[in-house]
Design a binder for this molecule. Structure first.
Ligand SMILES: [Zn+2]
Length: 355
């Protein structure tokens, strides 16, 4: 009898080892320990044994039944676990697989420079303002005290919108492509909220002979501060901080007195040329960016005449109005070491992809 139990145990172990699914496991369970199972068959013979033998066999048989139950339970857990492990393996998604290695887009050097300038000025508590690229004559010239016959208008050769559109308009309402971002300053002034501390980055248009520094359209950034008791010193400090952050710490600025319409004082501001590092020559030729001078004109800055402030109902005894305008394209050329800002408009991917 004992041998039969041992044989049954071995048979069970063998069957269990080769089982990989739950239904098969259920069949084994039926086969061995259910009502008409193999263990029951053996136990039927126990009643014919002597009492002494019964005392030995009963515990053995119980032990075997417990063993079978325990092993089936363990196997069940094992089968379930391996089933879920397989599902995980089959259904896993590798998010890093199959990504496209080629960048789909990147920013244009002018956008990079413009964004950097915006960040720098925002860090100095400036607000960013924007305005339309098609303006009327009044906002582009008249309200900035540049009347029709003023020679300053010749400085900016203007792109006028076609006669078809302009013919029935009053002279001051004629539309044009804005020649500078200053109309946004006027729009801001007309809101009558003081003080003002804004920058205006944007695209402007001029009918120009194109060369390394001049293009028919370019990006400008203007700065306008109407604040109590600001001085030229504040303007100088702000500019120096911005240019050193944008270009590099060694950048020098040169302030030259200048004449702008109806402003006093005015200055033109140059930065030391980074293309030739002030050596005036590049590849044996005069540097085309600074024309061999070692300096590049990047900015014009001015303090608005007190009379203009009175005209806008702002008390010049309390407030001062400072402004400057800079060429973002030229700054981008300096920052990225490109020797002609015209190249930014030639859709050259090879150039743009470097930044
Ligand atoms: Zn140079």
């Amino acid at each position: 009898m004992q041998n039969k139990l041992i044989e049954l145990k071995q048979e069970f172990i063998l069957k269990l080892e080769n089982t990989v699914d739950i239904i098969e496991l259920e069949n084994i369970s039926k086969d061995f320990i259910w009502k008409n199972g193999k263990l029951q068959e053996i136990l039927k013979w126990i009643k014919d044994l002597s009492n002494d033998d019964k005392k030995i066999i009963w515990p053995e048989a119980n032990k075997l039944r417990d063993f079978i139950l325990e092993e089936i339970e363990k196997k069940e857990v094992q089968i379930e676990e391996s089933k879920y492990a397989n599902i995980e393996e089959l259904e896993k998604i590798d998010v890093s697989a199959e990504y496209t290695k080629k960048p789909l887009w990147h920013k244009h050097p002018i956008s990079i420079t413009s964004n950097l300038l915006e960040e720098i000025f925002i860090s100095m508590w400036f607000k960013i303002e924007d305005g339309p690229q098609v303006e009327n004559e009044r906002l582009n010239f008249d309200m900035l005290n540049i009347p029709d016959n003023h020679p300053a208008r010749d400085v900016w050769d203007t792109f006028w919108i076609s006669d078809e559109i302009n013919k029935n308009k009053a002279p001051w309402e004629k539309v044009l492509l804005r020649t500078h971002t200053s109309p946004v300053q006027v729009r801001e002034m007309l809101k009558w909220t003081l003080p003002i501390k804004i920058i205006v980055p944007g695209r402007v248009f001029r009918y120009e002979q194109e060369d390394a520094r001049h293009t028919c359209n370019f990006y400008q950034l203007e700065w306008l501060v109407v604040w109590e008791k600001v001085t030229f010193w504040d303007l100088k400090g702000t500019l120096e901080t911005a240019m050193k952050k944008l270009l590099w710490e060694k950048t020098s600025l040169r302030f030259r007195p200048s004449i702008f319409p109806f402003t006093e004082p005015s200055a033109e501001i140059d930065v030391s040329c980074q293309i030739c590092s002030g050596t005036w020559e590049k590849n044996g030729k005069n540097c085309s960016m600074c024309s061999g001078s070692g300096w590049v004109e990047l900015l014009g800055a001015w303090m608005v005449h007190p009379k203009v402030l009175s005209g806008a109902w702002i008390d010049p005894e309390i407030y001062s109005w400072f402004a400057f305008g800079m060429w973002i394209d030229r700054i981008a050329a300096q920052r990225f070491g490109v020797n002609s800002s015209r190249m930014f408009y030639q859709s050259k991917l090879k150039l743009n992809e470097q930044f």
